[in-house]
Write a protein that binds this ligand. Sequence first.
Ligand SMILES: *Cc1c(COP(=O)(O)O)cnc(C)c1O
Length: 421
Amino acid sequence: MNHFDYVNGQLQAEQVPVAEIAAQVGTPFYCYSTATLVRHYTVFTQALAEAGLYAQVCFALKANPNVAVVRTFAQLGAGADVVSEGELRRALAAGVPVDRIVFSGVGKTEAELTFAVAKGIMQINVESEPELEALSKIATARGIRMPIAIRVNPDVDAGTHAKITTGKKENKFGIEWTRAHEVYTKARALPGIEVVGIACHIGSQLTDVEPFRQAFLRVRDLVAMLRADGFHIRRLDLGGGLGIPYESEEPPHPAVYAKAIKDTLGDLGCKIVLEPGRLLVGNAGILVSRVIYVKEGATRTFLITDAAMNDLMRPALYEAHHTIEPVIEPAKDAPRLPVDVVGPVCETGDTFAKQRSLPPIQAGDLIVLRTAGAYGAAMSSTYNTRPLVPEVLVKDNGFAVVRARPSFDDMLALESLPDWL
Ligand SMILES: *Cc1c(COP(=O)(O)O)cnc(C)c1O
């Protein structure tokens, strides 16, 4: 469910014609819908509440770190899951209360840990023994004990793309669950550490609830083991990862996911922390682009767009599918012909779709790539000296540019010549 629909033959974001934004902002740009962000957050939190779970949702900033997007969620009561000092600063700038911020990630530096401890965030999810020791030193120097969860790797196959699977024992994430007890025991002996819970995140874009259930059952076993040993486990951070429909996937509804949590962990008296990213923002964003040329190749037709792999990496990185549509609604009986939709970057990987069946589209037409709100702008780069793509947030019948397109002068100003040139 989203708020990008054709109205009188024109694609609108809520009540704003996408073409109108394009005329003012230029292409390419990302466009987010506030109503869709709010709807996804509400559906998710209601599902948790209806399952009777005591839960805090911490939006995973890495899916879409735009400050306006984060503030939209913060105003609804969301916390934040951050993976760097930069994201932590963004969460604070967006107004997320410190006591709703969780810090995850395999490689937090001493500077990052120091910053997080100084701010007094809710919890740090520790992923290794050296990190545990570094954190203990930092916290001890400030005379405090930092609340932590240890991220355990439950060794379940999330059944998702290899590049976004994180919960198998050969992945770099977390502590193997068979060693978890030993590491918890070490943590307890450290003066700057206060063990409060267990963290677990098995991957992204899961379209089946079963791997979650298996992981949660392992977490359950670990709670029992740790409690028997005198640990006061009171928070379970179950990560993110619930998938969304890009093409024909049918991911479990949040109610089914909430029930899996309730069934496996609901009786333990723990506060549940969840870190959804993609689920909250994916369908709430589109990438709007203009077709520069239509090129008839020897065997196929190419639509060459002014958006490229640097603006939206997912197809090049994960062979991801994004639905492509023209901004002007095609006639119901318009013929559909297979075309390749490609960007201008000098890489064969700069391909958004191969042999995609599309209605007639001419040079100069606007198109949109749907479901681009997660891991879209967040992963964009300036490859080929293409300015970072701007971001627009729509609300009802208005919109605002929430990240401006840098000028070429802005981009060049970051570089300097050494004195020998
Ligand atoms: C990426 C990530 C998330 C969010 O994943 P989604 O698939 O976007 O929901 C949550 N927690 C951690 C630790 C992550 O690395």
